[in-house]
Design a protein around this ligand. Structure first.
Ligand SMILES: Nc1ncnc2c1ncn2[C@@H]1O[C@H](COP(=O)(O)OP(=O)(O)OP(=O)(O)O)[C@@H](O)[C@H]1O
Length: 353
């Protein structure tokens, strides 16, 4: 480990994560045992606070200074760090002269998929802050058709996506999904739902699968194409109506929800879980099996495999069914638009685990 004087130490408290416990966790648990004397403390006051911190401080320092980032958040904070670092000119080049910050992640979000999948608990994070083995966090990239927009403020506001080589692009470290998963994450990203913690996902799933008006669960219409591992030709999934299409690098999306049992911590492999439109009861049965140690993958109705890339071309009129989730962020794609997902640029952060 470098001498403390030669490094910068940041503590980031994400006040909007999970049920809002990060600040209290810092005060009562982490601060009393913090081994660094000198650190800068940052408390988020908006959903762009981490991006701005990276732009002004953490990003420029990667040119010449080892950094520790103690992050008290869910997956969103990590994704903000990654997207911020990748927006820096140097980190998107060949990595030379780039000092990868070391992340000590204290899971204080709702799902905490990255931490769950890497075996990190708050207790372990305390321990790893002194002798953890850092490994790079693999990154995937989701590129979108040109009118796709990020939805913020409970879906009330649209924001432009960052352009990479002229294409709207979002980087992720956990999941890119369309269908039930994206819908329930989007619908439950409100202050009211957030109070429920991880229960918010289950409640929103029920509301999606068994709509109040007594109608059926939605059949998501579009074309799904897969680039299988090691192949060069895209293969179309032989169905036009879908319930669940989800590409992930993580084994768990929340505690106990073992969506991709073959994924190993930080193995950098993209895996696809998908199935066609079914009744709410059948979908609940499949989801229930995912909570039983990932047994859903043995169900003949479920497709599960390692892929190199995924492409979805949307054939939905109503914008509600064209929402894509990238690590909790919701991107709405225009009518006739598309999304493409593949493993992305070189890692910009190491995770102590
Ligand atoms: N003070 C704040 N005001 C508005 N938004 C905030 C504030 N602090 C953090 N945020 C935003 O809230 C979101 C919190 O996301 P995060 O993923 O950390 O928590 P989560 O969604 O509860 O957990 P998970 O993604 O693990 O399920 C992030 O998008 C972050 O930018």
């Amino acid at each position: 480990m470098s001498d403390e004087q030669d490094m910068l130490v940041h503590v980031i408290i994400s006040t909007g994560s999970g049920t809002g416990e990060a600040k209290a966790y810092w005060e009562t648990t982490l601060r009393p045992v913090m081994r660094f004397q000198n650190y800068s403390l940052h408390t988020t006051d908006s959903d762009t606070a981490i991006l701005k911190l990276v732009e002004s401080t953490i990003g420029p320092a990667t040119l010449d200074t080892p950094q520790y980032v103690f992050l008290l958040s869910g997956d969103g904070g990590v994704v903000d760090l990654v997207n911020g670092l990748l927006a820096q000119p140097r980190s998107s080049q060949n990595g030379e002269g780039y000092y990868k910050p070391k992340l000590i992640l204290f899971p204080l979000g709702t799902g905490n998929a990255l931490a769950q999948s890497a075996g990190i608990t708050r207790e372990k994070a305390l321990d790893r802050s002194t002798h953890g083995v850092p490994d790079p966090i693999p990154i995937f990239q989701a590129t979108f058709s040109h009118k796709a927009k990020l939805l913020v403020d409970e879906g009330r506001e649209e924001r432009e996506l960052a352009l990479v080589n002229g294409t709207p692009t979002v980087y992720g470290v956990v999941v890119c999904s369309w269908g039930l998963h994206a819908g329930l994450v989007a619908d439950s990203d409100t202050a009211e739902y957030r109070k429920l913690g991880a229960e918010r996902f289950k409640l929103a799933a029920k509301e999606n699968l068994f709509p109040n008006d007594g109608s059926e669960a939605h059949h998501y219409k579009g074309t799904v194409k897969i680039l299988r591992a090691g192949r060069t030709d895209w293969e179309e999934v032989h169905r036009t109506e879908h319930a669940y299409v989800l590409a992930t690098t993580c084994s768990h999306l929340e505690q106990g929800f073992n969506i991709s049992p073959a994924s190993k911590p930080l193995d950098g492999k993209l895996r696809l879980v998908h199935f066609g439109a079914l009744g709410g009861k059948d979908v609940m049965e499949i989801m229930g099996a995912a909570y039983q140690g990932g047994k859903h993958i043995d169900d003949a109705r479920v497709g599960y495999e390692e892929i190199d890339a995924l492409r979805i071309e949307f054939a939905e009129e109503d914008a509600r069914w064209r929402r894509v989730c990238v690590d909790g962020k919701i991107i709405r794609v225009e009518r006739g638009g598309w999304v493409e997902v593949k493993m992305g640029p070189k890692a910009v952060l190491d995770l102590a685990h």
